[in-house]
Design a protein around this ligand. Sequence first.
Ligand SMILES: Cc1cc2nc3c(=O)[nH]c(=O)nc-3n(C[C@H](O)[C@H](O)[C@H](O)COP(=O)(O)O)c2cc1C
Length: 203
Amino acid sequence: MTQVANNIIALPAPQTSGGKPLQQLLQHRRSVREFQQAKLPIKQIAQLLWAAQGITHPQGLRTAPSAGALYPLELYVVAINTESLDPGIYHYQPRQHQLTPHREGEYGKALARAAYGQTWLQQAGAVFVIAARYEKTTVKYGKRGERYVHIEAGHAAENLFLQAEALNLGTVVVGAFYDDEVTNVLQLPADVSPLLLMPVGFK
Ligand SMILES: Cc1cc2nc3c(=O)[nH]c(=O)nc-3n(C[C@H](O)[C@H](O)[C@H](O)COP(=O)(O)O)c2cc1C
């Protein structure tokens, strides 16, 4: 990991070949809600972010499909117990494959509270938050664009899920939370809505 002057965190380049066969990942994918108390390495965090929304084409196309290639999703990492990120909230920049610091502090407990008290969530090394700027898609597709955004969140979540499985990490999709509380914990911009939380840790 390289930390540059303005605190931008350059992430390790993702592995884009090799790994376990897809059929094996599909067969073994299971929701995990208990995590070992081991620090999540930045290399794994970088790989998971890339799997969810990484750039895979010179024209900016990503790992997950997007209606009209408009890319409404925003990815945040709530670092709880990681090797090299201070506890806090970070925002993924797919184009640069970087994280920008968003908010300092310990937010595992607050996030668990916001998720109807799913306290196990704070045992994760990090919680990946898939959020969206609906306007990016609805400006072209109108009301139907909302459906597209939700479908895309599912694509990104499954990519992240299968990548976690490939890295022998556990995760689960958490959709039960108070939108306003998660928005508040993450201090999301007014036009960004949280859609899914994915706590990740060693199983
Ligand atoms: C949209 C969505 C929301 C979910 N929300 C939660 C949640 O809030 N808490 C939780 O523990 N699991 C949640 N789950 C996980 C499901 O409970 C889980 O996928 C299901 O029991 C099947 O188990 P499996 O994922 O191991 O196949 C959610 C799954 C989806 C797809």
